[in-house]
Design a protein around this ligand. Sequence first.
Ligand code: NAD
Ligand code: LMR
Length: 713
Amino acid sequence: MQGSDASGAGLGSSPGSRSAGASAGPGRGMTARWAWGVFAVLFLVHLLDSLDRWLLPAVLRPMSEELELTDTQAGWLATVLLISYALWGPFVGYLADRLWRPRLMAVGIAVWSLATVGTGLARSYGEMQMARALVGIGGSTFGVIALTILMDLFARGVRARVLSAFYLAMPIGAALALSLGSAIARAATWHTAFLVAGAPGLLLALVALALPDPVRGTSEGVDEQRLRLHERVGPSQEDYVDLMVNSSYTYSVFGLAFSMFAIGGLVVWLPTFLVVVHDMTAARASFWLAAIVPAAMVLGMAIGGWLADRYSRVNPRALFLVPAVAMLGSPRCRRAAWARRASPLTAARVVAFAFGRSTISIHLVMFRSWIKARLFRKGESTMTTPIRVAVTGAGGQIGYALLFRLASGVVFGPDQPVALQLLEITPALPALNGTLMELEDCAFPLLSEMKATDKAEEAFARADWVILVGGLPRKDGMSRADLIRANGPIFTGQGKAINDAAGPGVRVLTVANPCNTNCLIARSHAPRVPSDRWFAMTRLDQNRAASQLARKAGVPVASVKKVTIWGNHSDTQYPDYKNAEIAGVPAGSVISDATWFTETFIPTVAKRGGAVIKARGASSAASAANAALGSVHALHVSTPSGDWFSAGVVSDGSYGIPAGLIYSYPLVSKGGCNWSIVQGMHIDDEARKRLDASAAELISERDAVKDLLGPAA
Ligand code: NAD
Ligand code: LMR
């Protein structure tokens, strides 16, 4: 299995680690060092871009005085840039999907650098407007392409940090413009400041020409052959439509547009405002702005990024909520800052911003419905983003019984596409490819993608669910704990790979035995995945218990509810018949034979796995696959009232079980994997002993794998 990035550059499944050796020209098969080299160039260009953006406000006053510009004319210089930036963006996107991106980007950098020099040479308002429009075109070419290249160079697990680092160029560029730029303008002229700012860009354009172009999508862990094919074919209309009906995307775009609307004017007028309204000297205003603005930007990015990253482990919406809360607070701050002499324009902008913000959701919903109504005929399935399910040991017995039902839609519903990302050891890949052929032959409408790999990070890339089935099954005469040293080590590497590559909302179900302790090992190596995302499978025991109760009572199994499996998926588990119900009444009232529960029911359920192995010569497979699908489904949907289900979860100390153990409890879900432990159940002395015995066994299993536990243990 693939380990983490050997270069130590923290790339996760980096292009270097995956595609080295698969070179088909410059930029293909790049190493991690290359990726960081490209990052360094892009960072420098971004810094210059930002410097130039802030230079105009920094020298706006002397420039307006010399060219005798009205405030409206001066304001238009920034507006012209933004308009050309926005109008050019879609064209750049179109070209960047089809051409060699670094060359296109180099042209953009050269255009904007020459135009910055041109701003310094401009002698009339018309020339100045022309130069600013060209700066917008060049800047937009760079901005669009640089982000797509970074996305392709760095895997999802490290992208937030890479982007934060990339955006640090903004405050540094702002600080340079406000300090150095305005100092040059004071010492010489504003013309000189633009000449100095524009020249280095020409050099960087030459460097950009030599940059490699990574395969588009290479950091997503998709098979490179398919990506190259997709590059040759180019994006389809569906790709664009898919993006437009993706709410995360549309909300981000509108959010960014509105935040630009709010701060665009501020950026242009802030230095002038301090001089004119607050009677500061130009040097003093530049000094304070050069100190405060970049510091606020760095703090905002660092704290906001950290908060969003952290909170998103519990709630993926945090990526939107954190900026939203920050935005809500900003007008108040702005009003305070402008309190001395608020102009009608300011007030209008704040009102428009507040209005826009509050109605944006309504507009978006209307916009999305309109697109859907237009583009999809009634009755046809809408294009929803697939749920990515990674399955390890997919070529084994359980895997074979699991994949077809997963692809058929029984788990996530009839409108939800599924992408299968299957992991096997290398020798088992040929057989697994046969299974892929069969899956293809089923023509499941909901199966949007599938791939098989022997690299954990590829299999787990962007996964929403990881089902850990891969590992040895026990043979007749063994206990499940006998597998601990054989299977345990698998979960160190897989835990790390989940940490590095899986999607932000990933959930993990461990099936391979001993499943509670394997889950503990994997979790201990994945500190980024919150504790409420880990599950060990005791659903098979729950199903077995329900069937035994139904058979004894002579009722359909659907009448049996509230079956709890407490503890370990082992012989020490406690199938709780005392809190179970048959047709709405306590199971003990329906089945009057009390000794049957202790002498037949509990041992039959707890030892059923061994009995199946004896009879079949192999461990339960179809029933285990059924239980795995049942576990995921139970978490995905709301639990019907009057029932609950069982799974091993990270103990929070409920019912006196030591916190941190992976212990099976009764759970209810509100849907979307929003689950909780059922509290307040009656536990008598005899049950207490059984609960504690299973906890003691889990503690001794944990002690036996101490050397395999990672940093989050
Ligand atoms: P199997 O031998 O048929 O399949 C296991 C597969 O895992 C094999 O194809 C093997 O190549 C693969 N594998 C081994 N090491 C791997 C690795 N490092 N990465 C990826 N794949 C790897 O076994 P099975 O019947 O499918 O059972 C799988 C596991 O599930 C066993 O550990 C078994 O004890 C356990 N199980 C648990 C429950 C439960 O209720 N929790 C029920 C039944 C079986
Ligand atoms: C089961 O319960 O059937 C599985 O855990 C397989 C086993 O080893 O018992």
